[in-house]
Structures are given as structure tokens and as C-alpha cells.
Design a protein around this ligand. Structure first.
Ligand SMILES: NC(=O)c1ccc[n+]([C@@H]2O[C@H](COP(=O)([O-])OP(=O)(O)OC[C@H]3O[C@@H](n4cnc5c(N)ncnc54)[C@H](OP(=O)(O)O)[C@@H]3O)[C@@H](O)[C@H]2O)c1
Length: 253
């Protein structure tokens, strides 16, 4: 690896929300950022423009992370100079309606699991091929505190899918450690994004009231945790799940 080259990060689902904040944050830390988007080219272009205006380097790449061929192409384009230092798997699976297990058809449960896992699996394989070759890299998966917090009503499919990502990360961390690749997870609580804006205001307020730090997260709260995990300050951290929920998960209020 050329140690003077600019490090490269691929952030999936970076046109909005947590992914956009992560792209901006990593660019501010000196990464050349590949801003992946799916259906919002204008939003992705805006993120790139903001990064460039702040003196950073970024470029947008369209791709559906659930499609193995597109995921492979994403890694190839992000690592155009043969180098990929950071992969952040953040892209959201399609939105879903919270539904109790009793009335959730198997097909819907299966689709949710498949969409979440497909969004990390092939990307991980292709990123590891590059990172293994350069003997170093960092991968972060964006999970949720729904995976191992108190079971939220109607969230079995989402929580089970995110729990599978937490477990997958441990296996990848064990396999990739000898290659010099660290693999970790951030598990946010409720974050103020377009996805969570669909929830009733009273619900967000209830979560804020029960959170020791007194509010729900902003996207940059999660982005900064990701930046920490990919930094040298976390050089001996791998296979970890970092809660980013202001203490909601430990709250008994
Ligand atoms: N918001 C929360 O409260 C919260 C809490 C815990 C965990 N999370 C997790 O955090 C992550 C980001 O959530 P968010 O709230 O920031 O979501 P968001 O604001 O809805 O943004 C979703 C992003 O994912 C992209 N995307 C969707 N489907 C894609 C696909 N098939 N391929 C590539 N990109 C795709 C979207 O791109 P386009 O706009 O271009 O389609 C967009 O950039 C998700 O994994 C979510 O489960 C969120």
C-alpha cells in the first residue's frame, strides 16, 4: 500500500440521513469518500458538493446494495485506484410497517431479513478481497439498538435482521483480523432522519424523555461514533457493537 495515498471510504446509503452525515464526517477526517445512493441522485450530488465546498474529496456512485452484481461494482468503482480503507454498510432496507409476529406473513419476514443481510454480504466479500490484498481496512455495519434492546412492539423482523448483522460482524471480524481488517457495528437508537420523521412526534418525545442524555440522536452523533471506530483510536477494537443511543438501552426511567 502506498502510505502517502489519500485513504478511501465507501459509505452506502450516503445520499441522506446517517450515511450522508458519515460521508461528510469521514471527508472532514481526510478520506476520499464514495457516496453511494440508490434513488436520489440529486441528494447524493448535494452531499458531494457540500464535501467539496468544505475542501474534501467525494464522488457519487449509484448502486443497489442488495444486488450482488451492483454491490461488486460499487466496491470496484470506489476502489478505482486499487485501494479501499473503509467500508460503512449503512443503506436502509425498504421501509416497513411494524407488525406483530402473529399477523406478519412469512414472506414479509423473509423479505426483511434478506434485504438487510443482502445489503452487507456481497459488499463485505468484495471489500475483504481488496482490504486483504492491501493488508488492512475497517468495516462498520449500521445496525440498531432494536436488535438487543427491549423488544419493541411490531419490530420482530427489523430487530431479528439487525441482530443477524451483529452476529455476522463477529464472524467477519474473526475471519478478517489476521488480514489486518477490523470489523465493528454501531447500534443507534432513534435518530432524527427522514426515515424516523414518519413516526408520530409523541413517540420521538417519549424516547427522548426516557434517554439519560435527554434527546434522540442526530445523524452526526452516529457518524462520529463510526469515525471513532475506523480511527487509530480504536486500533485494538474489533467484533464490537457500540450503542449510540444516549443511554436509552440502560435506562429504567
Ligand atoms: N433513523 C433511525 O432512527 C435509525 C435507528 C437505528 C438504525 N438506523 C439504521 O441506520 C441506517 C440509515 O438509516 P437512515 O435513517 O439514515 O435512513 P434514510 O434517511 O431513510 O436514508 C436511507 C439511505 O439508504 C439509501 N438506500 C436505500 N435503499 C438502498 C439500496 N437498496 N441500495 C443503496 N442505498 C439504498 C437511500 O438512498 P436513496 O435516497 O438514494 O434511495 C438513503 O441514502 C439504516 O441501516 C437504518 O436501519 C436508523
Amino acid at each position: 500500500m502506498n502510505s502517502t495515498a489519500v485513504p478511501t471510504a465507501l459509505v452506502t446509503g450516503a445520499s441522506r440521513g446517517i450515511g450522508a452525515a458519515t460521508a461528510r464526517r469521514l471527508a472532514s477526517r481526510g478520506y476520499r469518500v464514495a457516496v453511494n445512493y440508490f434513488s436520489s441522485p440529486e441528494a447524493a450530488a448535494l452531499v458531494v458538493a457540500e464535501i467539496e465546498a468544505a475542501g474534501g474529496t467525494a464522488f457519487a456512485i449509484r448502486g443497489d446494495v442488495r444486488d450482488p452484481a451492483e454491490a461488486a461494482e460499487l466496491v470496484r468503482l470506489a476502489a478505482a485506484d486499487g485501494r479501499l480503507d473503509v467500508l460503512v454498510c449503512n443503506a436502509a432496507a425498504p421501509s416497513f410497517t411494524p407488525t406483530p409476529v402473529g399477523t406478519l406473513p412469512w414472506e414479509d419476514f423473509h423479505a426483511k431479513l434478506t434485504a438487510e443481510l443482502a445489503g452487507v454480504y456481497t459488499l463485505t466479500q468484495h471489500a475483504l478481497a481488496v482490504m486483504g490484498g492491501q493488508r488492512g481496512g475497517r468495516i462498520v455495519y449500521v445496525s440498531s439498538n432494536v436488535a438487543d434492546g427491549p423488544p419493541a412492539p411490531g419490530m420482530a423482523a427489523h430487530g431479528t435482521a439487525k441482530a443477524a448483522i451483529n452476529t455476522f460482524a463477529r464472524f467477519v471480524a474473526a475471519e478478517a483480523g489476521p488480514l489486518g481488517v477490523r470489523v465493528n457495528v454501531v447500534a443507534p437508537g432513534l435518530v432524527r432522519t427522514e426515515a424516523s420523521a414518519r413516526l408520530p412526534k409523541e413517540f420521538s418525545q417519549r424516547i427522548a424523555d426516557r434517554t439519560p442524555l435527554g434527546r434522540i440522536a442526530e445523524p452526526d452523533d452516529v457518524a462520529r461514533a463510526i469515525a471513532l471506530l475506523v480511527s487509530e483510536d480504536a486500533a485494538f477494537v474489533t467484533g464490537a457493537v457500540l450503542s449510540v443511543d444516549g443511554g436509552f438501552g440502560i435506562s429504567r426511567i
